[in-house]
Design a protein around this ligand. Structure first.
Ligand code: PMP
Length: 350
């Protein structure tokens, strides 16, 4: 008999599988920062027409070329600076495969997105988690640590705290490091500014997704924008047909119908501000540039479970970091969902 535990790579042994959230069959789902809105009917109708003509027996176009052309037009870059993948998650793995070897220093913010420590472990990197400031912003320590890092990950706006990082510090990190700077902008569509201007530096990789403002989490579609040189290296490790023909079509349609998505982003931001101002009256809330935010309660586990019994699923992130020990994270739903959440929370706190 083979001892599988002996065969597995040491770095993989330590990894805990990314915790998948509980599934709520009915009720209000405010736990994964998704858009509460499905794809617009116009997009679905057009997709149905294209679906009827799709060559299901053929492999898709291997580099998502038409989609890359449309993304490049939106961000005023060149299509060969873009790599499309199965969400930001897949692109992160490609970046590790292409650039991070065992023992390479990987600097990442804490508290932040739960995939980054997994990335460090998967690649057997020298994992250097650096605490964000009191206001969950970057620090001088972060700048210093990134100097000799092979890869520095920045999340702006940051999940789960919701705030954008100081752009002056981001720029100092980019200018001061010998390595790559990955800026995860999964939620940038909701923020007032982004880091696209840092593409002038050839060690920067921006990550974007269709999972949030694009109402397309089900499709698993994300991309990187970087220098052509970096994109070329990512393409060497990218699986040849990593994005299905159906998902490529939908990605293109989402961009074709961009004004409809921009309307929804504005709606979500407006509703977020209403929800925040109501919540502030009963709990401490944290400022946000996203479609989600943190709020504090005395007993987060109890409130989280009570909310589930009320049919509202939030995210209990209180165990992620001692600094978040009283926090739950909630994302903005439809206006009706937000009102129901608010009423449910008031009952839970009684
Ligand atoms: N980055 C951040 C900061 C996220 O919060 C998420 C989703 N939770 C992702 C990346 C993953 O995005 P995708 O769905 O494109 O893989």
């Amino acid at each position: 008999m083979t001892e599988i535990d002996v065969l597995v790579r040491d770095s993989i042994k330590q990894i805990k599988e990314y915790s998948r959230p509980p599934i709520l069959d009915t009720g209000i789902k405010l736990n994964q920062n998704e858009s509460p809105y499905g794809l617009p009917l116009e997009v679905v109708r057009e997709f149905e027409k294209r679906l009827a003509k799709l060559a299901f027996n053929r492999y898709p176009e291997g580099s998502s070329e038409k989609l890359r052309i449309k993304i490049a037009r939106k961000f005023k870059t060149n299509p060969d600076q873009i790599v499309v993948g199965c969400g930001i998650d897949e692109i992160l793995y490609y970046l590790l495969m292409a650039f991070v070897e065992k023992g390479d220093k990987l600097v990442r913010p804490v508290p932040s997105f739960g995939m980054y420590p997994i990335c460090a472990q998967v690649s057997a990197a020298k994992d250097v988690p650096v605490q964000l400031s009191d206001k969950f912003d970057l620090t001088e320590e972060f700048v210093t640590q990134s100097k000799d890092a092979k890869m520095t990950i920045i999340c702006s706006p940051n999940n789960p705290t919701g705030n954008c990082m100081n752009k002056k510090l981001i720029e100092r990190i980019i200018q001061g490091t010998l390595g790559l700077v990955v800026i995860d902008e999964a939620y940038a569509d909701f923020a007032e500014s982004d880091c696209m201007d840092f593409l002038k530096y050839d060690n920067v990789i921006l990550l974007r997704t269709f999972s949030k403002a694009g109402s397309f989490a089900s499709g698993r579609l994300g991309f990187s924008v970087s220098s052509k040189k970096i994109a070329d290296y990512i393409n060497r490790v990218r699986l040849p047909w990593n994005v299905s023909a159906m998902v490529q079509e939908l990605g293109e349609l989402i961009l074709d119908y961009e004004p409809l998505f921009l309307e929804k982003i504005e709606q979500i931001k407006k509703d977020r501000n209403v929800l925040l101002s109501e919540l502030k009256k009963i709990v401490k809330t944290y400022p946000t540039d996203c479609n989600f935010f943190l709020f504090e309660v005395k007993d987060p586990k109890k409130v989280f479970e009570k909310l589930i019994s009320e049919g509202v699923l939030t995210r209990n992130i209180s165990g992620n970091s001692p600094r978040l020990k009283n926090c739950l994270r909630v994302c903005v739903g439809t206006r009706e969902e937000n009102e129901k959440f608010l009423r449910a929370l008031k009952r839970c706190l009684e």
